[in-house]
Ligand binder design. Sequence first.
Ligand code: AKG
Ligand code: FE2
Length: 280
Amino acid sequence: METNQVSQAPALSPLVIKERTGSIDIAEVIAVLKGDITALHIRQAFSTEVAEEITANFNRNPGLKERRDGVPGQYVGASHYRKDAATYFAEAENARPFVDALFGNLVDPARGLFDALKRELHKQGIELRLARSDDGQANICRALSWSGGGAYALEPHDDVAQVLCAGNDYELPAVAHNTVAALNFYPSMPEEGGNLRLWSHKPTVTDRKSQGVGTTGYPYSSAYLKAVPYRDLQLRAGDIGLIDGGFVHGVTRQSGNGDRRLLLNNFFGFARPDLVLWWT
Ligand SMILES: O=C(O)CCC(=O)C(=O)O
Ligand SMILES: [Fe+2]
């Protein structure tokens, strides 16, 4: 007999956060991939010149579009969120010249990290590659600028539901049983706000269903998160934030009339013990 119909408070999972200044270390990237670190915040990880050039290339990009999938924001590139594989990979192929145009003649910092991680994993007998299908392959990154107008520029969510429920035409669902690492480079940040907020909670399938976000992981309500402790990563242009996307996270409201918040983002994780996939 069921006696307890009262909904449970979300179970807490500890946040292991590492913040420092300097260049990113592949051993730390692998620690996030393996679930040993929840969030890695590297300050001043790439140069102001590179950050400014990418921001200018985003603002004048002919491939810049408004999101129409219920998540307010502008973007260059492709997102697999709520798309079947054929649609996503076709979009990724079409968007590639525009993603390339974000970097012009620069060395793309996301590609630099991909190449370094690929070399290190190869030494360990693990292949790293872009997710793919008969319709094409993923890009190295996408560029995003959130425009939510409430307490959050990007509402609290997790990145695992969209991977778990991506559909059998993708290679991705297997990754959802391991850490879904979300890698973010920040070329431009507002004067105030735009923090990456991480809650001490890793929702289960049951948690998501109870919140009506079973297939999307987006958005979790303030009521649900009320009793959950959180930490903010206070980001500046030139920083990198690498997180375990299974933890609930969101972006706080930004203020100031100056620069808008821009990030380059991608996801990666183990699909098999000998294979890590990378996608957007
Ligand atoms: O903008 C950020 O800092 C986080 C982005 C994010 O959570 C996402 O793209 O899923
Ligand atoms: Fe996310």
